[in-house]
Ligand binder design. Sequence first.
Ligand code: FAD
Length: 307
Amino acid sequence: MDATPYDLIIIGGGPAGLTAGIYACRARMKTLLIEKMMPGGQIMITDWVENYPGFPEGIAGAELAERFSRQAEAFGLETAYEEVVSIRPAGDMKEVVLTDKSLYAKTLIIATGAFARKLGIPGEDAFYGRGVSFCATCDAPFFRDKTVVAIGGGDTAVQESLYLTRFVDRVFLVHRRDQLRATRILQERALSNPKITMVWDSVPEAILGGEQGLAAVKVRNVKTNETKDLAADGCFIWIGITPHTAFIKDTLALDEHGFIIVNERMETSVPGVFACGDARNTPLRQVATAVGDAAIAAVAAEHYLTM
Ligand SMILES: Cc1cc2nc3c(=O)[nH]c(=O)nc-3n(C[C@H](O)[C@H](O)[C@H](O)COP(=O)(O)OP(=O)(O)OC[C@H]3O[C@@H](n4cnc5c(N)ncnc54)[C@H](O)[C@@H]3O)c2cc1C
């Protein structure tokens, strides 16, 4: 890492951060991308992406991530594997605070994405890694020929439940309403899949089990108030996401759910700081929208430098 200030530091190496890196390097900005884990973000835990244009047969999430990274590297993107713990304005610069030092840049792009939201019910933490999972790609093979409960009704819950059916015997898909929120094509596939049993109008109340691991998920019907225990070996939770923005909550304006507030140029409440992808307030959190945001943010950062 270079001690001299960067034109741009991008925080987060998912689809948004890597796309911003491609645009910034092509604009010959001195750019550093900081990623706390590995490049790729959430698509690393996505089995199959079939709605990102350019891949008519679909593409494995990990391969798409690898292609984004390779393309960014080809334009010379410098990457550091560190966690950013805070950012603050420092005169004309922005200070990016890491665990053991600070780096400085004229502009920042926050592309820190989001992580799976928890249910907050008894047993969820106790059985995490022993039956409770947020990632089908990582854990589905552990449940071969078994029964699992999946919670949620959006695109991710339905797509990932369909993926689970390649391994498991049966998926109870628990949704709090009487119809799914997911895209119609996914609904049709789920409703016609003999391995998926819908549990409508129901919310999970507790995850039950013992020494041997998870044994059942207690659900309550929101219309009748009746409860029942769905006997299962695993429980996959896909009820939405929480943004990775705690580290900037004192610096940037966030909405009531913690997403970064930006305008149509991806400008945040602090001049020279931009945000894009799942971490920002947006009506749709997908790879296609993340990369679109990122292109706008990188070009806006470039314009900011020449103002
Ligand atoms: C199971 C699943 C299936 C999905 N399926 C699809 C699909 O089929 N099609 C589709 O279009 N979208 C899908 N999505 C959504 C898609 O993955 C996201 O919209 C997209 O990844 C958002 O990109 P992003 O770069 O904004 O954020 P992310 O992908 O979340 O990447 C953010 C990155 O920032 C890093 N980071 C966070 N905080 C810090 C910090 N403080 N310091 C340094 N680094 C940090 C993280 O480690 C992460 O790598 C799916 C998501 C999931 C979870």
